[in-house]
Ligand binder design. Structure first.
Ligand code: SAH
Length: 221
């Protein structure tokens, strides 16, 4: 990719990105680190070129296979919630999708382990991480409801597709003091923050109503 495409022109330009940041502030995103990373992350390279003029609108957009790139506000909110207790070393993401959320969190933590059930989405995301020069992202093509047990425990887990209930496997892979951010439900979904207090105890906080694609079982080549 050439520099022009990476930096963006016209509707993908700096001014357009600045407007997005203003909007996120208006929606009470306050973590300056998160805002700075979102401002510098070229969201337009994570979507089809035909839609790239809409990349800095605060909206979800289609990425093929019936999936969507998350809305910037939700990416900001989930990232802020995950980082609220201090810096994180190891983060698991379930649902790489376009890789946009992955790229954002990867600039704020030591290592990101991201799993995706649709191989073609994962392959595309990998190219984008290379274009951005991100080297701390590890990918696996798998059903992420099971997490990534061999890389556990994680200081943070973020899930970008909604299960009906929180998978036990993910709770088990959370470090003590670790934080899980996950949308839960079917037609009515809530974003939840779960903090692991000790071996046995978890504190759950309901954050807000959300709309995510469902967490599905199995994988697609
Ligand atoms: N954060 C992504 C969101 C993509 S949508 C982005 O901003 O682009 C959610 C993604 O979760 C989809 O790519 C979908 O294929 C994936 N997904 C759904 N169920 C899954 C599962 N069980 N394991 C891994 N990925 C899953």
């Amino acid at each position: 990719m050439n520099d022009i495409r990476l930096q963006g022109i016209g509707m993908t330009s700096r001014r357009t990105r600045d407007r997005l940041i203003t909007r996120l502030r208006e929606q009470n995103i306050t973590d300056e680190q998160v805002l700075a990373v979102i401002k510098e992350t070229p969201r337009h390279i994570f979507i089809d070129e035909a839609l790239s003029h809409r990349a800095y609108e605060d909206t979800a957009l289609p990425i093929g296979f019936n999936q969507t790139i998350s809305q910037p506000y939700i990416v900001a909110k989930m990232t802020e919630l995950l980082l609220a207790a201090g810096p994180l070393k190891r983060v698991l993401e379930v649902g790489t999708g376009s890789g946009y959320q992955t790229a954002v969190i990867a600039q704020l933590v030591d290592q990101v382990y991201s799993v995706e059930r649709i191989k073609q989405l994962q392959d595309k995301s990998k190219e984008r991480f290379q274009q951005m020069g991100l080297k701390n992202i590890y990918l696996q093509h798998t059903d992420g409801g099971m997490g990534w047990p061999s890389k556990a425990p994680f200081d943070g887990i973020m899930v970008t597709a909604a299960p009906e209930k929180i998978p036990e496997e993910l709770l088990a892979q959370l470090a003590i003091g670790g934080r899980l951010v996950i949308p839960v439900g079917q037609s009515q979904q809530q974003l939840k923050l779960v903090i692991r207090v000790n071996e046995m105890a978890f504190d759950t906080h309901i954050i807000e109503n959300v709309k995510f694609v469902p967490l599905l079982a199995g994988t697609i080549r």
